[in-house]
Design a protein around this ligand. Structure first.
Ligand code: SF4
Ligand code: SF4
Length: 318
């Protein structure tokens, strides 16, 4: 199968100034494949790729960046991000808000990236993309993972005499942790893509996806301040974790979204809630049945009245 026939959720995830598909080399790479590349402050194009770019932020990117900046999620989103749709889906997300005449990333300076050790996933992956392909986007579907190289004309790092395997380069960039943190979120997007746009996602569902993906503070208030805990079974250990630990909360939010948006297993509705829901449905059905019976009785009475009238008229004309 050619690279461009695969699901492209991850392809869009790669930081790129240019969406020209010819910049993606048509070769599937493995962790053992050779890579000649080096990015360093003395390279001619230093910081060129931090301008005129689209950088999608994953929930983990937002979490790490706003912790570094010491601000709340909503402040980060307002100041440094702008809304976008996660490409080829109707799922709302955010991208870095570029600033100034040069359309620069707000974190770039002539000396380089000011948030380098906490830079977003897309900046770490560049120029090696990963396709984690699940047929049909389901959890248990066949999985195939491979890498591919993005070679854009402005990026001179490909001319530098440094040689790695893809695996060595990825370890150097610290992408394994990012892979683990982003995996289930990316899978949600792939699932959405596999349904196609003819299957609509309701507006409340989109709002919930956006809230959980961008603002964990608000998602936490939703868990602990709404009827959520009266509806779902959550064991005390998980509850204690997600109360304090943002990463645990983020991973829990992915499980919640997979369950509510796509019916994936992982969350159980409480028995009493189920019973009350069944009771509610039964009550509604009983009420509907009663109403239908009343309407039927009214119609029958009307019909009988008309029949009697007709009989009387018949008798009078005899
Ligand atoms: S976050 Fe850093 S590496 Fe990424 S685009 Fe901005 S300045 Fe460049
Ligand atoms: S070498 Fe490539 S990745 Fe590094 S600064 Fe230049 S354009 Fe960006």
């Amino acid at each position: 199968m050619a690279i461009d026939e695969y699901s492209d959720a991850e392809f869009d995830f790669i930081k790129s100034t240019d969406k020209n598909p010819s910049n993606i080399l048509p070769e599937k790479l493995t962790l053992a494949s050779h890579l000649q590349f080096w990015c360093h402050p003395k390279v001619r194009c230093f910081t060129a790729c931090c301008h005129n770019i689209k950088i999608i932020l994953t929930p983990y990117d937002i979490l790490v960046l706003r912790q570094r900046l010491g601000i709340q999620a909503h402040e980060f989103i307002t100041e440094y991000a702008e809304p976008t749709y996660l490409e080829k889906t109707d799922m709302p997300g955010v991208q870095i808000k570029l600033v100034g005449e040069k359309n620069a990333c707000p974190f770039v300076t002539p000396e380089g990236c000011t948030v380098y050790s906490d830079r977003p996933s897309a900046c770490r992956y560049y120029p090696v993309g990963m396709a984690d392909f699940h047929e049909g986007g389901a959890n248990d579907a066949a999985e195939e993972k491979f890498f591919f190289l993005v070679k854009e004309p402005h990026c001179k790092g490909h001319e530098e005499p440094k040689h790695w395997t893809i695996g060595e380069w990825r370890a150097d960039q610290g992408v394994d942790l990012r892979d683990a943190m982003n995996k289930e979120w990316l899978r949600l997007i792939m699932r959405r893509k596999s349904f196609g746009l003819q299957a609509t996602l309701s507006e409340p569902a989109k709002r919930m996806f956006f809230m959980a993906s961008t603002d964990l503070d608000t998602f936490r208030s939703f868990i602990f301040g709404s009827s959520f805990l009266a509806t779902y079974e959550v064991d005390p250990e998980t509850l204690a974790k997600i109360k304090e630990d943002d990463v645990a909360l983020m991973l829990f939010s992915f499980k919640y979204l997979a369950n509510t948006l796509f019916g994936a297993p992982g969350l159980t509705i409480k028995d009493e809630k189920l019973k009350s829901k069944v009771e509610e449905i039964r009550k509604r059905q009983d009420e509907a049945m009663l109403k239908a019976e009343q309407e039927y009785e009214e119609l029958r009475a009307e019909r009988d009245r008309m029949l009697r009238e007709r009989e009387e008229q018949g008798r009078r004309t005899e």
